[in-house]
Design a protein around this ligand. Sequence first.
Ligand code: AHG
Ligand code: MN
Ligand code: MN
Length: 331
Amino acid sequence: MTQRTSFKKFLAQHLQGEHSIALSAMLGDIVNACKQIAIAIDSGALAGNMGSLGSENVQGEVQKALDVITNDIFIECNQRSGYVAGMVSEEMDSIIEVAKKYKQNGQYLLLFDPLDGSSNVNVNISVGTIFSILKSPNNKPELADFLQPGTAQVCAGYALYGTSTMLVLTTGNGVNGFTLDNESGEFYLTHANMQLVKDTEEFAINMSNYRFWEAPVQRYIDECLQGKDGKRKKDFNMRWVASMVAEVHRILVRGGVFMYPIDTKLQVKGGKLRLMYEANPMSFIVEQAGGVATTGMQRILEIIPTGLHQRVSVMMGSANEVDRLIAYHQN
Ligand code: AHG
Ligand code: MN
Ligand code: MN
């Protein structure tokens, strides 16, 4: 049997440059958090944590017990490396302070969505965790320090709790995927240098919002649905898991386009998905794999954030399809 490359070995071999020591420590903690989250999710109804809490998060969404449990795990695991100056979470109103004694080298910011797709937990469908790492200008970060564009990300990744638990990440030098070996508790490299194919016949969008979409998105989907009989001259397939992590992972593996566009219902909020916790990290990964990520009007990674919980229109995936969406928006 060929020698497997463990996550630790991969980091030792591949992390180079000014961030390597800090990233290797921080990613070690992130991996531990994701392993603990996988266990919490795995225990499912047996652990009694499948329900809703009745509380709402800062975004006005009903919190599941696991939203809070996974948030606590992520914070607990990631505050002691010495490198994290501050964190922000989709589930929390304001900055998560790191104790002074733990941030001697606090030069980085950690942003995360601890449980993505949480409406799927009690129906036993894949969920994930998304994270993004930024350089911190100081070790006592304030709100403004977090509001950096996605192009400034040093690292981004996600854990997918699916048929197997996987970790996929980029440090700006391609995208690599690792699978958790439950017996040893180690992640091993299984998806080296992931590349997103440029062409696809598969799209992912919540079709129930059709009547609220803007004209360019309706046009794009109309043409896909016309299939061989229409302008596109080929039939399209559709998938919608309602977990962005699962959706983006499928697209990285076999191509496709994922959309959660702005629509008239979402106008006031600016979109459904969150720039700092979802759109930016996933866009970084998608671009690093050769795909494109846009709001329709602008490259997502170039948006200058105005708020921690800002939402944006999202279209990402196979380059030729996303380029077509951009062209339709320009018309
Ligand atoms: P979260 O569970 O972190 O709130 O995110 C859910 C997001 C995303 O993962 C998914 O693509 C989308 O919401 C699903 O939305 P609909 O339920 O409107 O389809
Ligand atoms: Mn999410
Ligand atoms: Mn979430």
